[in-house]
Design a protein around this ligand. Structure first.
Ligand SMILES: Cc1cc2nc3c(=O)[nH]c(=O)nc-3n(C[C@H](O)[C@H](O)[C@H](O)COP(=O)(O)OP(=O)(O)OC[C@H]3O[C@@H](n4cnc5c(N)ncnc54)[C@H](O)[C@@H]3O)c2cc1C
Length: 416
């Protein structure tokens, strides 16, 4: 390690995703000399992928509700969000010349005229102004002794060992490996005894063994305004029927519970409510209006707006014949069983659960086993639903790790 009491000591940030770049920015703003090492040819690849799918930067919901999205880590995130809040994220975006707006369900997006690449370009330019050096095609291979980092220049194949005063690791999760987040870094951390929780897909589709007939007939079809439940957890939104099963916001939000259910039995039974806005009594009243001679398919379509592919779905997962009695049929339409046999592969997932165990870091996200090395972003073991909570979590942990580095260097200097 460089002597951390040198005023121009180098801070290494490994990984040029949102967590790493924000840590680099905050460190440079605090007056440190920062070099970002990124294995890919460019930084922010997954950030740009996120941009293609709507670019939901954060969420405008109140902080306690926001923190609750991080489930069992909500207390920790309450503190992290207090340090770099959703409002701070919006201000940061504005400072880069990108205005944001609050859309449905509080989701915050850049204004339509701003493309994701524009935001990333403005950010990289700001980092340049702050003196942050970005070395792309430089892969971190692991630790070297007590203080070194092994870095490989992927262009020449040359390997060097650097001794930074402090390090922020922000290597991402383990999905969409073409963006650089390949999860291979766990090996290097395991070598120094850091416990990493195995990666699991999060915010991903769920598999249902549809019949060949159903797959052929339905293909990809959205079901708007439904409610989906896994045990006591219910999420509203739009569901997409796909050739492999189901996807969409309600499925993504339920992945932790589906995963848990699949850990206990080979099939996780989800319940689909096709009419969540209609009270059971009102639904039964409408179902009772069917005249003899009217087919169920045309009746459901005209009276309840449950046209195709609903009759096909009912035949696929419901009983062989629809119950004629309104109470029973009403129950079926609001508790349609969807037997999920698995989650989609890690590679396809929007995010991953698992990564560095929280017990391995102190309250400033510094590795207990390697003082001076901090961890930020999706590589930590947390998960959250889509809705802006993922990027916000990465930004907040990045800012907090940078704060931790500054504090640690100050303590070191004071005691040196
Ligand atoms: C399809 C899709 C859509 C998404 N949409 C949204 C959205 O709308 N809103 C939202 O909040 N989130 C969204 N996300 C999630 C969000 O993009 C990620 O949570 C976020 O990018 C993670 O940031 P990170 O900095 O922790 O890691 P990453 O962005 O994964 O960055 C990690 C970086 O580390 C580099 N790296 C890895 N190993 C090494 C090594 N050994 N040496 C050097 N560099 C290395 C990688 O190349 C990568 O650049 C989406 C994700 C996907 C896949």
């Amino acid at each position: 390690m460089q002597n951390p009491s040198d005023s121009d000591a180098l801070i290494a940030v490994i990984g040029g995703g949102p967590a790493g770049l924000l840590a680099a920015q905050r460190l440079a703003e605090a007056g440190h000399r920062v070099v970002v090492y990124e294995a890919q040819a460019t930084v922010g690849r997954k950030f740009l992928v996120a941009g293609h799918g709507g670019f939901n930067l954060t969420n405008a919901e109140p902080l306690p509700d926001f923190a609750a999205r991080y489930a069992s880590h909500s207390r920790r995130f309450q503190q992290l969000l207090g340090h770099f809040s959703p409002a701070d994220l919006r201000q940061w975006t504005t400072d880069l010349g990108i205005a944001t707006y609050v859309g449905t369900s509080g989701r915050v997006f850049p204004m339509a005229e701003h493309k994701p690449a524009q935001l990333l370009r403005a950010w990289v330019a700001r980092l340049g102004q702050l003196g942050v050096e970005i070395r792309t095609r430089h892969r971190w291979l692991g630790f070297a002794g007590a203080t070194g980092l092994r870095i490989q220049d992927e262009t020449t194949g040359d390997e060097i060992t650097i001794h930074p005063a402090a390090t922020v690791l922000a290597l991402g999760g383990a999905s969409w490996s073409k963006t650089g987040s390949d999860g291979r870094w766990t090996t290097a951390l395991a070598q120094i005894g850091v416990q990493c929780i195995p990666f699991q897909p999060s915010n991903c589709g769920a598999e249902i063994a549809w019949s060949a007939f159903f797959r052929e007939k339905v293909q990809r079809t959205p079901l708007k305004n439904i409610a989906l439940s896994c045990g006591p957890h219910t999420v509203r939104g739009e569901l997409m029927l796909t050739e492999y099963g189901i996807e969409g916001t309600p499925v993504y939000a339920l992945t932790p519970f589906i995963r848990e259910a699949l850990g206990q039995s080979p099939t996780a039974q989800l319940l689909l409510n096709l009419k969540p806005d209609l009270a059971p009594a009102a639904l039964q009243e409408r179902l009772a209006q069917r005249r003899s001679g009217t087919s169920w398919a045309s009746f459901l379509a005209s009276t309840l707006r449950l046209g195709p592919p609903i009759p096909t779905l009912l035949r696929e997962v419901g009983p062989p014949a629809l119950p004629p009695e309104p109470t029973e049929l009403g129950h079926l339409l609001t508790h349609l069983p969807l037997p999920v046999s698995g989650l989609r592969p890690l590679e396809e997932a929007i995010s991953t659960a698992g990564g560095v165990a929280w017990s391995e870091v102190d309250e400033h996200l510094m590795l207990q086993r390697r003082p001076g090395t901090f961890v930020a972003g999706e590589m930590l073991d947390w998960e959250a639903p889509t809705g802006g909570y993922l990027l916000q979590g990465c930004f907040s942990t990045g800012a907090w790790a940078a704060h931790g580095v500054t504090r640690w260097l100050q303590d070191y200097r004071n005691t040196a």
